[in-house]
Design a protein around this ligand. Structure first.
Ligand code: SAM
Ligand code: SF4
Length: 351
């Protein structure tokens, strides 16, 4: 029988009727999957040169995008299977006008006794318009991608003159309290690597948690193992000016973190290339057109949208998800023999 109980924000929600065994989302390497990244759109208004070509990509037709009720149902099934960590992403998720409705739906899955973490990753160009409504809808926190603090450089890097909008978005996020606000910075040699220390200072001043990302062979970049800025290089640069102390207890988090000068400021590095964290990976990804992926670097996709739109039960969909989890590869092969560039880029999978 379905039972109604109050969610984190005091509303009545119907709990999923389906009861799933904990083992369903545990793969053959013992990794239990607790995190789901949901891409709600593949389109973006920026053209970060490492992510997208200047002309954009062939966008999904609107009818192919999962609708709010479909996203909500898949999130509910994932929740029944043990997922507690939800990230909304894209493309650029704030381009979708119903983004707050999606947040509101997913937020109902958390209760005071069994909370969820619900975050959104954005380029922040439209964040000043959405911050309050996102907060009211139940968003826990926000991740903002910011690769440079210099307007001219931003324009060159994203092919759009929008850095002022990003700062306005960050100010709004602060004002409404979407904390912690995390900044994600992708460093590239000869492009923005000279801003490492400026970004650390900026994040400290603003109270943001800064994470540097190693560039991966995905999307529009002419990737070559020797053209990325590595975790070692990033830490060496920061250590020229600051004392770094590693924060213990990383768990399955993709970022390793360090206190800067004893804290409370922390910086992180997502070293997917030089320090892969596949062994502890607990992530699943849902593309905007309803495909479940278990790894950024595997082209294996499980079609959830067809069964969803042709009357499958929650249990049948959960079983398809469980099968995909069971078949998850042990890890990516970046830099090794046998590596193949995934067919979809980061913006089409969901970053
Ligand atoms: N548009 C939103 C944004 O930029 O935050 C969400 C989607 S974007 C694809 C998510 C993240 O993926 C961004 O932080 C971006 O820097 C990162 N990204 C894109 N291409 C990448 C690559 N080749 N390697 C590592 N990170 C990448
Ligand atoms: Fe858009 Fe994000 Fe890709 Fe930049 S990284 S082009 S903001 S999807």
């Amino acid at each position: 029988m379905e039972e109604a109980e109050p969610d984190q924000r005091g509303r009545e929600v119907v709990q999923p009727a389906v009861n799933l065994p904990a083992a369903l989302f545990t793969d053959q390497y013992g990794r239990r999957h607790r995190s789901l990244r949901i891409s709600i759109i593949d389109k973006c208004q920026l053209r970060c040169t490492y992510c997208m070509p200047a002309q954009g990509l062939p966008w999904l037709p609107p009818a192919k995008l999962l609708r709010v009720a479909e996203i909500s149902r898949l999130a509910r099934i994932a929740h029944a299977g043990g997922v507690r960590d939800f990230r909304i992403t894209g493309g650029e998720p704030l381009i979708r006008r119903d983004v707050c409705e999606i947040v509101r739906e997913i937020a109902t899955l958390g209760t005071a006794e069994d909370p969820i973490d619900l975050a959104l990753t954005t380029n922040a160009v439209l964040l000043d318009k959405f911050a309050k409504d996102l907060k009211d809808a139940g968003l826990s926190r926000i991740n903002v991608s910011l690769d440079t603090l210099r307007p001219e450089r931003f324009k060159k890097l994203t092919l759009r003159d929008q850095l002022g909008r990003v700062f306005a978005g960050l100010a709004s996020a602060k004002e409404v309290g979407l904390f912690p606000i995390k900044l994600n910075t992708l460093l590239m040699p000869g492009v923005n690597e000279d801003e490492i220390l400026d970004l650390v200072d900026y994040a400290r001043r603003e109270g943001f948690e800064l994470r540097f990302i190693e560039q991966m062979p995905l999307g529009n970049n002419p990737w070559n193992g020797s053209t990325i800025i590595t975790q070692v290089e990033i830490l060496e640069k920061i250590a020229e000016k600051h004392v770094l102390t590693e924060v213990p207890g990383r768990g399955s988090a993709p970022a390793a973190t360090w206190y800067v000068d004893g804290g409370p400021q922390k910086i992180g590095v997502i070293a997917s290339v030089t320090r892969p964290f596949c062994g502890g990976c607990d992530r699943l990804r849902l593309t905007a057109d309803g495909m479940l992926r278990t790894c950024l670097f595997s082209d294996r996709e499980t079609d959830l949208v067809t069964p969803l739109r042709s009357g499958a039960s929650d249990l049948e969909i959960a079983q398809l998800m469980g099968l995909a989890v069971h078949e998850k590869e042990p890890g990516h092969l970046i830099g090794k023999a046998g590596f193949k560039l995934p067919k979809r880029g980061m913006s089409a999978i969901g970053g």
